[in-house]
Write a protein that binds this ligand. Structure first.
Ligand code: BTN
Length: 242
């Protein structure tokens, strides 16, 4: 595979940099840093920078996307698989695309499409991933300490470079991508879900609601036992129903 991985010692946001430098990538590529000064999160939030401890990267894919709605779910599965392969980490996925380890968030993903100005079709896909890679959990700010986790104990002294991990991720992404259109990856996604079968609180544009998650369908939507389907939002609380 012809992949290019670019390292930047410091950048505002790897997603922004990728969007402004699309011509620097081959058909598949990534840019990464360990110091982001203006990292962007989902739902208009910012993403915390832990200088030289975090791993922040953006994969750029030039492709025709058939079903962009499931891309965030797909991207989270690719990170999950790469983490298992490289570091033997067994993650769970909180819908739609947060990776958790022992109930704490270790990875956040922000996917964005870049449209062709003439056709308005998505021409490039940008998948930004932030990993609490070497962060010491005691260094998390007080307000996120309960929710944030780190993979430090797996990555420290692992002998696996960040560059090698990202190359592995790109490989995982593209081997899964072959079956993307058929949505067959959704079975594996569901097997890693910590959301299915749980009573949850969901926040959608500031409105909270509660429900029991029956499943996540092949279009990536939460299906509640009430029959309602949700294609966007954030699961803010998960209660075990055992
Ligand atoms: C989330 O809110 O959970 C998503 C966080 C995504 C953060 C990553 S870090 C690399 C890439 N560059 C950014 O500015 N954001 C994403």
């Amino acid at each position: 595979m012809n992949e290019s991985v670019i390292y930047l010692p410091e950048v505002d946001s790897t997603n922004l940099w990728a969007k402004h430098n699309l011509d620097k990538f081959g058909p598949i590529g990534a840019v990464y840093t360990t110091h982001q000064t203006a990292g962007r999160g989902r739902l208009g939030r910012s993403w915390l920078d832990a200088p030289h401890k975090g791993l922040y990267y953006t994969a750029v894919i030039r492709t025709d996307l058939v079903q962009p709605a499931t891309l965030p779910l797909f991207a989270s599965l690719a990170v999950c698989d790469a983490l298992r392969e490289r570091y033997r980490i067994d993650c769970q996925i909180k819908w739609p695309n947060d990776l958790l380890l022992n109930g704490k968030k270790i990875v956040g993903i922000l996917t964005e499409g870049v449209a062709d100005l003439e056709t308005q079709l998505i021409k490039h896909v940008i998948v930004g991933t932030g990993i609490n890679y070497l962060t010491d959990p005691s260094e998390f700010p007080e307000e996120i300490r309960q929710r944030a986790g780190s993979i430090r104990r797996y990555t420290l002294d692992s002998g696996v470079s960040r560059n090698a991990f990202i190359a592995n991720y790109l490989n995982e992404f593209f081997s899964l991508y072959k079956n993307y259109k058929a949505a067959s990856f959704m079975d594996e996604y569901r097997a890693h879900s910590n959301t299915i079968g749980k009573d949850v609180t969901i926040n959608r544009s500031g409105q909270t609601s509660e429900g029991h998650v029956a499943t996540i369908d092949n279009q990536g939507r939460l299906v509640l036992s009430s029959g309602e389907t949700l294609s966007s939002g954030e699961v803010t609380k998960i209660r075990s129903t055992d």
